[in-house]
Design a protein around this ligand. Structure first.
Ligand SMILES: *[C@@H]1O[C@H](CO)[C@@H](O)[C@H](O)[C@H]1NC(C)=O
Length: 228
């Protein structure tokens, strides 16, 4: 099944950033009075961040997600817990995630709304994201390109333009198409179900001491590679 969305601008996150947004969104719908001001939102964000470090829900992201930019594989650093795709200069209260104003020793170009390119940065988790927001740290620049494909072998929280949802195993494609960016989600239900079972079996095996954490991660990575 393929779902196509049309977007006027892109800001998409997968992983810890999206997980926070998702929890936020759910709480906001339940208790709108709790989110009366942006200031309160920021406080909540910090608190949710702390919780995220504890449960490390997205720590397996580099083993379960495979990033493809313009047909080329892009290595996701092993400490990544969130990927953010952007084509706008600011994010969350004016933080310049692509760091246009800094000197860099990579070959990426300045971010521009006109070039039909998308930029991808990664963050190491909610705590890192919090530090980025207050200017104490920077996101890591990962890639730049026209067609971004994110293959996931398990379910992940994703947010697109502030709308969070749970992305089922499959491929998320973001590209520029004449005027607007287009997003396509391909859901592979039967395969996703099999992966969910495998993931659980591996987690159980680790719990029982049959395999260790690094073995589980290697197996998950193999699974992701074979399914993509
Ligand atoms: C996990 O087990 C493998 C195989 O026995 C071993 O090589 C590796 O060092 C172990 N890793 C950890 C973190 O214990």
């Amino acid at each position: 099944m393929a779902i196509t969305h049309w977007l006027s601008l892109i800001f998409a996150g997968i992983g810890c950033d999206a997980k926070l947004a998702y929890e936020f969104h759910v709480t906001r719908q339940e208790k709108p009075e709790k989110f009366s001001s942006q200031f309160v939102n920021k406080l909540r964000y910090a608190k949710e961040g702390a919780r995220d470090i504890m449960d490390r829900a997205c720590a397996d992201l580099p083993w379960q997600v495979w990033l493809e930019v313009d047909g080329k594989d892009v290595q996701i650093p092993k400490d990544t817990e969130g990927l953010i795709v952007l084509n706008i200069g600011s994010y969350m209260g004016g933080v310049d995630l692509w760091q246009n104003d800094y000197e860099h020793d990579d070959d990426f170009t300045l971010q521009s709304m006109q070039d039909k390119m998308l930029e991808i940065v990664c963050v190491r988790g909610a705590w890192h994201l919090g530090k980025i927001q207050v200017g104490l740290s920077q996101a890591r620049r990962l890639a730049q390109g026209n067609v971004i494909r994110i293959h996931a072998s398990s379910s992940f929280p994703v947010q697109i333009d502030g709308e969070p949802f749970i992305h089922q195993p499959g491929c998320l494609e973001i590209k520029h198409d004449s005027q607007v960016f287009m997003l396509r989600r391909t859901l592979e239900e039967p395969r996703g179900h099999a992966v969910a079972i495998m993931t659980e079996v591996l987690a159980d095996a680790e719990c029982k001491g049959i395999i260790n954490t690094s073995q589980r991660k290697i197996l998950l990575q193999q699974l992701a590679l074979n399914l993509s």
